[in-house]
Design a protein around this ligand. Structure first.
Ligand code: TYD
Length: 228
């Protein structure tokens, strides 16, 4: 019997999320599951290219607001699919904002946990949270080579920034993983606990995305298989 399963695929640009998400959908469909594949930013969000190029906190806050608003609407569609018994795979979700915008905001907070709590509070209208996050981890030098081969470099993709985003993805995953399945609700302090909004998160799987595609895919399948 399947219980609700919402898979969020995360990683820096060129980490292979989109290819892996599509393959994962085909594999799960072959196994008889109904799968809804979706992505962020959604088609209805037009990201301001000038803001996307900037690396300051004010621009990051503006982008964060746009991505979060987009996600709140997106989460309603996702919730409908989950309620209808479908598996949902989202190519990017909350952790994209936390990593890409969060890395530009973190110095304004006393700790990464405090930042994470701010981001989660901002996101409280979100109606669906992932059961599992798969983080495809890759060295930005390699991911940029892959992107250059596709020749569709976007404003978000510069090597220094992507290195910081990658490190921040890993740092945030560590904080969240240490709270799965139980975060420290006893202490009650915002500074050392992650608020329990994300209460259905069961696993954050970090997968080295520089390995060959077929191994990468089988690692992703085994990460979700025991949750289906
Ligand atoms: P994406 O569509 O994954 O990139 P691509 O155009 O290569 O398929 O995402 C577009 C960019 O938006 C990507 O560089 C990451 C960025 N982004 C954020 O900075 N914050 C967010 O919350 C999201 C969803 C995306």
């Amino acid at each position: 019997m399947k219980h609700l399963t919402f898979i969020a695929m995360e990683g820096i640009d060129g980490s292979g999320k989109t290819t892996v998400s599509r393959k994962l959908k085909s594999l799960l469909t072959e196994k008889g599951y109904k799968v809804f594949l979706t992505e962020e930013p959604t088609g209805s969000l037009k990201v301001d290219p000038v803001l996307a190029e900037k690396r300051d906190a004010e621009s990051a806050y503006k982008l964060l607001m746009s991505f979060t608003e987009d996600r709140i609407k997106h989460s309603r569609i996702i919730k409908e699919k989950l309620d209808a018994g479908e598996i949902v795979i989202s190519d990017r979700y909350f952790l994209s904002s936390a990593a890409y915008q969060g890395v530009l905001l973190k110095d304004l907070y006393s700790s990464n946990t405090e930042l994470l709590n701010f981001l989660l509070t901002l996101s409280s209208p979100i109606e669906a949270w992932p059961d599992i996050v798969i983080l495809l981890d890759i060295d930005p030098d390699l991911s940029l080579e892959r992107i250059k081969a596709r020749s569709d470099i976007s404003k978000f993709e510069d090597s220094r920034y992507l290195k910081k985003v990658r490190d921040f993805y890993l740092a945030l995953s560590e904080i969240l993983s240490s709270r799965v399945p139980r975060y420290n609700v006893q202490s009650g302090s915002d500074h050392d606990t992650v608020r329990p909004f994300w209460n259905n998160l069961k696993k954050i799987e970090i997968i080295d995305s520089s390995i060959r595609r077929k191994y990468l895919l089988s690692r992703c399948v085994s990460a979700v298989e025991d949750m289906l």
